[in-house]
Design a protein around this ligand. Structure first.
Ligand SMILES: [Zn+2]
Length: 323
């Protein structure tokens, strides 16, 4: 079984923090409870995640070519990425829709058999925000849970919303169905926090974040999403072109450097998709990045579930709303 954490050799020297991130004084709504020492995991964590959407990402598309892009993700790119992670011994968290498990059981079996963490990403990959009722959303949730149980023998503990969009029901369904953590949002960009339910947005009233929950949020942001930077999106006469891969990683390296020098125990989450990240120019840059991170004495690789468990049990075991 693959270890869920790869620790590098030398512990972090806390004195290397030049300018600590302002925290929690910059937290008027009380998302981040307690003082900074509660969050002081010694090392920076790099959390590599894959949204294994495959054909499920294209179910609403009526062009066969789109479907083959999804099949490419499952048949060509995912095995390539699994081999890369195996070779470098880097853990990763795979968010797998039930549709992908039923469509590509051999590849999904490899993800499981090689010891990678598997989390929930819907069944049909339809965004919860577009579901027509609580019952429809719950059915999709349960079908996805069943598919993962059939694959792994265990119920998933973590979730990421397809397209990142919650409905008004999503957080309550996560609670009802026993999820421990989520990775869909980002009130912070490099610290876990507890998810809030049912925020209220009213142009005549201050923003109300809603009700505190016990679900740990591992933040993920769209500027660390390969899809938004690599996939051409047909929007009219202009297509959003493919980004230059070294430029993407240069930005990500700079962000990781900032977190290392400003935030003690920060978390750097990458949101990748096999059908994007497995492409040859990107996977080449990804390998360079992972190799370089392995050489950083104060950085470790960790699964999302491991970070959530540490946050809940070791760093912040009780959540009370601070307002
Ligand atoms: Zn997805």
């Amino acid at each position: 079984m693959r270890p869920s954490v790869i620790r590098n050799r030398v512990p972090r020297d806390a004195c290397s923090l030049h300018h600590p991130d302002p925290f929690p004084s910059s937290d008027p709504l009380g998302y981040f409870v307690g003082d900074e020492s509660q969050y002081a995991m010694d090392e920076t964590s790099v959390c590599v995640t894959y949204d294994f959407d495959a054909v499920a990402a294209w179910l609403a598309a009526d062009m066969p070519a789109y479907h083959t892009w999804g099949a490419y993700g499952a048949e060509t790119a995912a095995p390539r990425l699994l081999n890369l992670h195996d070779r470098l011994d880097v853990p990763a968290t795979w968010f797998v829709p039930g549709h992908t498990i039923d469509s590509f059981p051999e590849t999904c079996g490899e993800v499981c058999d090689r010891g990678y963490e598997i989390a929930h990403h819907g069944y049909s990959h339809e965004s919860p925000a577009s579901m027509r009722s609580r019952e429809e959303e719950r059915r999709d949730f349960e079908r996805g849970i069943d598919a993962i149980y059939d694959l792994t023998g265990e119920k998933p503990e973590g979730y990421r919303a397809p397209d990142g969009g919650f409905s008004e029901e999503t957080v309550e369904l996560l609670e009802e169905l026993g999820f421990e953590w989520d990775s869909s949002q980002g009130v912070h960009d490099c610290r876990p926090y507890y998810l809030w339910a049912n925020p209220t947005v009213d142009p005549d009233q201050p923003y109300d974040p809603g009700r505190a929950t016990d679900i740990v949020e591992i933040p993920v942001l769209w500027h660390r999403d390969d899809w938004l930077q690599l996939f051409p999106v047909v929007t009219g006469p202009e297509w959003v072109a493919y980004a230059h891969e070294p430029a993407i990683f240069d930005r990500w390296r700079r962000e990781l450097e900032w977190i290392r020098s400003h935030v003690e125990g920060g978390v750097f989450t990458l949101l990748l998709h096999p059908q994007c990240a497995g492409r040859i120019p990107f996977v080449d840059e990804l390998e360079r990045f992972l190799v370089d991170v392995r050489e950083m004495d104060d950085v470790r690789f960790a699964e999302a579930g491991t970070i959530a468990t540490e946050f809940r049990e070791e760093k912040h075991p009780r959540h009370t709303r601070r307002r």
